[in-house]
Design a protein around this ligand. Structure first.
Ligand code: TRP
Length: 335
């Protein structure tokens, strides 16, 4: 049975935090064992919103790949590359743009939402408008048939499917592969230090590369059940951000113990914070040691990206050749 090819990309817009680690990276690790997996640095997508301050995109991308490798992505089992190393993506997007009505882009929900919600960036540019078209080209260029998506990316994938169908009916049946969504097992929702969703822009993140002393500081400042003002007030672990984070990194027996002693008011939040600090540091120790090794051999990331490019490039060339032939740019179709 031919193996499914899955593909997903991430925008290099900053350091990875616990939300990325538990929400995406654990999934990527699992999927590399089950599928022909393609993972790429979506630096052009980052550019669509970061174009006014693009100087960090390159380094964020390399750091993200170093994080992926240190976390256990294995370039022997998956293909890791950088979007901007693959110019064929742009050519395919151009062809897709021909069959893509502007109104389809205008009704993508994230488009208006982000323009309203993100006030510190200028998102009125055509580049950002084309974000979903670029994403459709990412997926189709590698002929991937499965895309692991969270809720937020589902409309983009649906649009990709519509563009692919329209392309195929316009230019010839089987040129592009229509991808299916691989609805990821709902990645853990990770609260930030203040109880809101963990997000770089909220300043409430624990980064996976935070040094141990920073992890400790952050754990000690983490919000707990706000109704529990004094140690002899009973607490509710289910609404305690500290406990939700602890559940991800702590030992099951300890977690059970906190769930019993906190509502009974027989243990205190300060001790819980200290244990979260210890457990965070222990949990990320191996990862951080491997990450430090990679920092000591900076060529490694570039080698991995180069090898990934070598793997994806022939596939991209073939897709483009098929498109050109189907459209008729190579002369009248034969037969
Ligand atoms: N839009 C995705 C995000 O914001 C990133 C992305 C770009 C992507 N191209 C893709 C995801 C192709 C899956 C497939 O996270």
């Amino acid at each position: 049975m031919p193996q499914h090819r899955i593909l997903t990309g991430y925008r290099p817009t900053g350091k990875l935090h616990l939300g990325h680690w538990f929400g995406n990276l654990q999934n990527m690790l699992r999927l590399q064992n089950e599928y022909d997996a393609f993972y790429f640095v979506a630096d052009w997508h980052a550019l669509t919103s970061e174009w006014q301050d693009s100087s960090h995109i390159y380094d964020f991308g390399r750091d993200m790949v170093a994080d992926w490798l240190a976390a256990g992505l294995d370039p022997e089992r998956c293909t890791i590359y950088r979007q901007s190393d693959l110019p064929q993506v742009i050519e395919l997007m151009l062809y897709m743009n021909m069959v893509l009505p502007m109104s389809w882009l205008e009704r993508v929900p994230s488009y208006k939402e982000q323009q309203v919600n993100i006030s510190n960036k200028d998102l009125s540019n055509v580049g950002f408008f084309l974000y979903p078209a670029l994403m459709a080209a990412d997926i189709a260029i590698a002929r991937s048939d499965l895309v692991p998506v969270g809720e937020d990316q589902e409309p983009h994938l649906e649009l990709t499917r519509e563009i692919v169908r329209r392309f195929n009916t316009t230019f010839g049946a089987d040129v592009l592969v229509e991808p299916k969504a691989l609805i990821a097992k709902e990645g853990a929702r990770v609260p930030g230090l203040d109880g809101r969703k963990m997000s770089k822009s909220y300043g409430n993140s624990i980064f996976i590369t935070d040094p141990p002393e920073v992890m400790r500081q952050k754990a000690m400042a983490c919000m707990t059940d706000p109704a529990r003002k004094r140690k002899d007030d009973p607490g509710n672990p289910a609404i305690c951000p500290l406990h939700q984070i602890h559940k991800l990194v702590g030992k099951a027996a300890d977690i059970a113990e906190w769930e019993a002693c906190c509502p009974a008011a027989t243990c205190g939040c300060v001790a819980h914070k200290q244990q979260l600090a210890d457990d965070l540091i222990t949990y990320f120790a191996d990862f951080q040691a491997r990450r430090a090794e990679l920092d000591a051999q900076p060529d490694r990331v570039d080698e991995v990206l180069e090898a990934g490019k070598e793997k994806v490039m022939p596939i991209a060339r073939e897709t483009i050749a098929d498109c050109r032939a189907a459209i008729g740019l190579d002369g009248p179709a034969v037969g």
